[in-house]
Write a new protein. Sequence first.
Length: 557
Amino acid sequence: MLRRGQLEIPVTPLGEPNPLPPLGGLLDAPYDMGFPYGQVRTMMPYLMQDGYGRDAELTTVDTVALENSRLRATFLPGWGGRLWSLVDKQDGRELVHVPDVLQLANLALRNAWFAGGVEWNIGTRGHGPTTCSPLFAARVGEDRLRMWEWERLRGVVFSVDAWLPPDSSALYIGVRVHNPSTEDTPMYWWSNAAVRETPDLRVVAPAKTALRTSYEGALSEVDVDDAVEHPARSRDAADYFYLVEEPWIAAVDASGRGLKQVSTPELKGRKQFCWGTSTGGKRWQDWLGGGPYCEIQAGLAHTQYEHVPLAGEIRWVEAYGPSDMEPELDVAAFDAALDLEPGEFFSLGSGWGLLEDPRTRGVSFPESALGAEQAPWLELLRSGTFPDAEPNSYVIGAEWEQRLADAPQNWATHYHRAVIAHADGRTEQARHHYERSLELRRSAWALRGLGLLAEALAEAPHIWQLAVEAVNAREGADALALLDSLRPEVAARGRLRLARVRAALEAGRRAEAAELLRAGIEVPDLREGEVSLDRLWALACPGEPLPARYDFRMHDG
């Protein structure tokens, strides 16, 4: 049985996306752990999702549920298609971790992320760009849920089918990733299942060794022993990439009951993630809401530092259920079902797939999904002109760059041509178009692209993210002077209050920095692995123990 529904739960409002293109400064490539293929310079053309705070509001969230005599699976199509709950009706046991609150935090590629359920990650290393965005969702056939979207970073269509045969103890997930280009694209996929962590929880997989990393910048091979298998015994946060002999993993209690994930061989990797028992690990779990949990994961590559080349498309089937399930992974049946066209729609994703026209079966991108972000680019496609308007979205790629070049030129066409070149690492070409854009109209956007951050902020003093960039580009007294000039509602942002502590220390005003920290600073978008709070505390309050509320360290020391 497939039905739509609603769930009432406290949710952190996502807020408006960051209007600044995520280009950074020198576009340095991230540390590649020895696997450089597929890494990206920037999250362009996506905008960052960092407009949230820490106050959750009771919210009605749309759901789609699959249910049979054995299982009840609840999906959140408006939140990345997350499998939010999987209940074994035989004993009422919840098989996945379901937090009390959908609390956003900075753990994803676009910043915003939340814990719980089973998440679908595509694109490149990290929680995927669609994890906090609506997916298209529709009924196909009588009782199959299909969710899909155009993934803009890699230029592919991905779809996730879910079905639950009568009396089955396995929920089946079929994934298809279609690359419409004639060229290969680097592909990354990991399905991440969160499970409640208890003292006796054991992660089991058909592996004798694993590759371990604990946020210290290296992988090391370790034996899969009793300590590895029990997440609650790990002091530090850690990833364990199991060198599995068969494609499955499970998290079970002392009686052997729990969640099992099985797949066809296309998903080669299996991983355990745990937060650890340190003060920092516990703080992170409190920060995310819902108590202790860990994750069991499955991916296309052996580790999350690798990508695989994708030509055409790839398909696989996964199964989730109680640890005693014996799923039949029928790939042929999944292939046949891909020809089913969407029927009743449950939710709409973005309009970008319609503009890109990916031409693929089993999914559609209706015009009703088009919105304000697509409007200027739709005008460029239809009329060959680009509006003289403030930017609200971005594109990448040679085809869009050529369309902009062929359009009548204004400050906006030059600005977007600069952004495309900037994202591609063509800095001199980007500089030319930023400067040409400024000749036609002075704007915060082009000034920021050239790195003239203080001047850009003067043109757009309401953009707090721009204020963060401008302040962080200064030191000591200069940074404090700029902070003093900000609008009160901008200066009150957690990132800027933290910047004031740093600047006060640089200016030799340690007492002021200590007073700010002791009063309490909350940074909603504190990054996973970020150590700014504890380092600033050590400088401002030497000899004083780090308060637990500031301890987000992923490992001791």
